[in-house]
Write a protein that binds this ligand. Structure first.
Ligand code: APR
Length: 246
């Protein structure tokens, strides 16, 4: 593994436009359960009961109870060494941007600046009636929260199944993927579109794909390098090699 870490560090050091794609796995070591895999959230809940516009229409209280529980969990979570290392690598000019599927905001809390949130942010809520938005810093006191402007229902400003992604974020992500010469793919099962297509775009444009995950994923076969293990352990090791000129 040491040689592989050195190789990946050298690739990053000589890259001109490295970007990162992250999924729930990068926040697992912050205590936030992933969606799939062994202790995945979807094991306990049925996605169609919660993360869809129909579920919200049918039972806004149930959906809000799940999001309030996740907000509480996230408010107690801290960025882990993986988030922190990516923020340092951005400051050092090694990586240009983080494209994340996560809604927990931990990349920003770790100090990353150029973060594209493909699936929205759990702390932002919006009115289903007038689209008024506001940002919370703790779970709403009233469930479901009501719009201050028009009295309509407020919902989490996140992307649910069957919903389009925010166009500006998606456009920026595809542009970055096409321009990047290296993409670090960290903690994603690579099964949800369109995020899962971003590595393919980098690969098609001649870029190098490096996967960091505890298990194989459908993206593994197209990655030139695969680092098997926890992001919070692997990224600091890569960073250490990046700083030594060995
Ligand atoms: N380090 C690295 N990878 C990890 C770690 C870890 N410590 N722990 C888990 N993983 C990996 C798992 O092996 C899995 O491949 O993280 C991945 C998490 O996959 P998912 O739970 O499917 O999360 P994600 O890929 O982000 O899901 C994509 O699906 O449910 C929707 O909108 C939701 O953004 C989410 C999207």
């Amino acid at each position: 593994m040491e040689d592989l870490l050195k190789t990946v560090a050298n690739i990053l050091r000589s890259s001109k436009n490295a970007v990162v794609l992250t999924g729930a796995g990068i926040s697992a070591e912050s205590g936030i359960p992933t969606f799939r895999g062994t202790n995945g959230l979807w094991k306990k809940y049925r996605a169609e009961d919660l993360a869809t516009p129909f579920a919200f229409q049918r039972n806004p209280r149930l959906v809000w109870e799940w999001y309030a529980w996740r907000m509480d969990l996230i408010s107690k979570a801290k960025p882990n060494p993986a988030h922190i290392t990516l923020a340092e690598m951005e400051k050092e000019g090694i990586i240009k941007a983080v494209i994340t599927q996560n809604v927990d905001g931990l990349h920003f809390r770790a100090g990353s600046k150029n973060v594209i949130e493909l699936h929205g942010n759990i702390w932002r809520i919006k009115c289903v009636n007038c689209n008024w938005k506001t940002v919370l810093n703790s779970p709403p006191s009233q469930i479901p929260p009501i719009c201050e402007k028009c009295g309509g229902l407020m919902r989490p400003d996140v992307v649910w199944f069957h919903e389009p992604l925010p166009q500006d974020a998606l456009h920026e992500a595809f542009k970055l993927a096409a321009q990047s010469d290296v993409m670090l793919i960290i903690g994603t099962s690579g099964v949800v579109q369109p995020a899962a297509s971003l590595p393919l775009i980098t690969r098609e444009h001649g870029g190098t794909l490096i996967e960091i995950n505890v298990t194989d994923t459908p993206l593994t076969p197209i990655c030139q390098y695969t680092l098997r293990g926890k992001a919070g352990e692997i990224l600091p090791k890569i960073h250490k090699h990046l700083k030594n000129t060995d």
